[in-house]
Design a protein around this ligand. Structure first.
Ligand SMILES: Cc1ncc(C[n+]2csc(CCOP(=O)(O)OP(=O)(O)O)c2C)c(N)n1
Ligand SMILES: [Mg+2]
Length: 547
């Protein structure tokens, strides 16, 4: 007998490397969640709510490539929607499975819970349709072909997809010949040859080529081939904010973070002074380009993107990034490296009994990091501060630079930790963002994960204080929580949880972390206007708007 629809879908997503399903159960989705729990190759990760589940799936996909999320109809899927939309923006294939009411109930337009009572059962799928690259409502007759079609879209676009499974269908067998069969993108060979040889010629003729190593390399798991290309050809590279640590920052070819006119003058000179900039999968967004102050002449720029390439004003379609990089690697030969050395932030500046300031905090964080760490940095002044630190070897820095939905980092860190159980996860978040999704810290303890969580308590939404007209306006204030007591309340037994206010206290607890084998939660108190350099520069650049 054929497998059930729910099982067949799970077996299909397992072939993409998914080993955990995040979510919250509900009666309509029982066939799906039952199948997950009965599948020895899958782990059910119950989250505190669906928004957290979607962010956790986002974090999992950043490390694992693909992720899965299961929610119930209406209430559950709508709670998840901001997280799924974020995954769309950030190019993360989260597979969202929604259990809907039974087919007969929908056909007869019964007034049932989780609906508007109007008989409209399509509205939620429609609401999601712009935030996924493909969707399907599964039935026994269409499940085999629809699952292949929708998952092929996830593979091609690396964006979320949506499956609705009516409650009465989930356990029914699929009809037809079972065949899990996704289509993988193929390059047009003639275009590929032409694109590779054009890029190779341009690079060979250039006097000072520079690579911008973009986030798509990580999304497509192409860091290895890109690293080999950079090493073989000795090409210096920089990254933009969203792309930080796409390639290892300990490589001698690493030249720092390029942020237009706002930060790092030497990196700007080095990138903008190049006669050939090879952009491999970076996005020209506001926070990547120093609020669009990056200035690279298009005629000097080559972009290798997911499915296309541009060289100056010429474009080549249907060429896959992977094939282009492999082609370039074959042709690459060494040249003399002219990268400039990247400075660290440190050492921390400030006396032990003084209140913690950014000059102490960010260099101290830089020193805390160890090779192999994964840093999950929340939107706000914390990521802007730590983003310019130099990461140790094999360290990954993750930030939601495009979607920028605060609250993302706490659950995302959970998803990251579950995808990389052998690595230490360091979550750094502002107090305001943490308040959005804080309950999820209980899951770290539940799943036996020992993260390092650092919460910057600066008494409000500092980045907003710096951007708005009146820094003291009440909408940027928060309820004052006693953050360091939260792990205990959320069931994180035997964690090291402390509140620090002076440089000396911070140094002491960072020292303690080195030898402790437990979850760590540090509430770092700072003045409500104490901001990292980038945050202050953005503040200065918009100040004129109000004066
Ligand atoms: C979901 C969502 N709501 C609102 C915002 C607007 N916003 C951006 S940053 C920020 C404040 C962040 O404050 P906090 O986490 O305390 O960090 P800080 O800037 O104080 O370091 C807000 C409200 C957002 N980005 N996302
Ligand atoms: Mg804050």
């Amino acid at each position: 007998m054929n497998r059930s629809i729910a099982q067949y879908l799970l077996d299909s997503i397992k072939t993409l490397g998914v080993k955990a399903v995040f979510g919250v159960p509900g009666d309509f989705s029982f066939p799906v969640t039952d199948a997950v729990c009965n599948d020895p190759a899958l782990r059910w990760v119950g989250n505190c709510n669906e928004l957290n589940a979607a962010y956790a799936a986002d974090g999992y996909a950043r490390i694992n490539g693909f992720a899965a999320l299961a929610t119930t109809f209406g209430v559950g899927e709508l709670s998840a929607i901001c997280g799924v939309a974020g995954a769309y923006a950030e190019h993360l294939p989260v597979i969202h499975i929604v259990g809907t009411p039974p087919t007969k109930t929908m056909l007869n337009k019964r007034i049932i819970h989780h609906t508007f009572g109007t008989g409209n059962f399509e509205i939620f799928k429609q609401a999601t349709s712009g935030m996924v690259c493909a969707s399907a409502t599964l039935a026994p007759e269409n499940a085999i072909s629809e699952i292949n079609r929708v998952l092929s879209a996830a593979v091609y676009h690396r964006r979320p997809v949506y499956f609705a499974i009516p409650q009465d269908y989930g356990n029914l067998p699929v009809i037809g010949k079972e065949k899990i069969d996704f289509t993988f993108p193929q390059s047009d060979q003639a275009t590929l040859r032409e694109a590779v040889s054009t890029i190779h010629d341009r690079l060979s003729m250039a006097a000072s080529p520079v690579v911008l190593a973009g986030y798509l390399l990580r999304r497509l798991n192409l860091q290895d081939v890109a690293t080999r290309l950079i090493e073989r050809a000795n090409l210096p590279f920089a990254t933009m904010f969203m792309d930080k640590t796409t390639l290892d920052e300990s490589l001698p070819q690493y030249g720092g973070i390029y942020d237009g006119r706002i930060m790092n003058r030497e990196v700007r000179d080095f990138v903008e002074g190049s006669d050939c900039v090879l952009n491999i999968g970076a996005l020209w967004s506001d926070f990547n380009t120093g609020i669009f102050s990056a200035n690279i002449d298009r005629t000097k720029m080559i972009s290798i993107m997911h499915h296309h390439v541009t060289v100056g004003y010429a474009s080549y379609q249907n060429v896959e990034m992977e094939d282009v990089l492999n082609g370039l690697l074959e042709l690459a030969s060494p040249r003399t490296l002219s990268a400039h050395a990247v400075k660290k932030l440190g050492p921390p500046r400030g006396s032990p009994d003084a209140n913690i300031t950014p000059d102490y905090f960010y260099p101290a964080l830089e020193e805390l990091l160890k090779p192999g760490d994964i840093v999950v940095a929340e939107t706000g002044t914390v990521s802007m501060g730590l983003g310019f630190a130099k990461m140790p070897e094999n360290t990954i820095f993750l930030n939601q630079t495009l979607w920028c939905s605060i609250g993302w980092a706490t659950p995302a860190a959970l998803g990251v930790a579950l995808a990389a159980p052998e690595r230490r996860v360091v979550l750094i978040t502002g107090d305001g963002a943490h308040q959005f999704t804080v309950q999820e810290i209980g899951q770290f303890a539940r799943f036996g994960i020992k993260p390092v969580i650092i919460v910057l308590n600066n008494d409000g939404y500092l980045i907003e204080r710096l951007l708005c007209k009146d820094p003291d306006i009440c909408y940027n204030d928060l309820a004052q929580w006693r953050y360091s007591m939260l792990p205990e309340a959320f069931g994180c037994k035997n964690w090291l949880s402390v509140k620090v206010a002076t440089n000396g206290e911070l140094a002491e607890v960072f020292k303690k972390i080195e030898s402790c084998d437990c979850g760590v939660y540090i509430e770092v108190c700072m003045d409500k206007m104490a901001a990292s350099e980038l945050a202050m520069k953005i503040h200065d650049s918009i100040k004129s708007l109000y004066s």
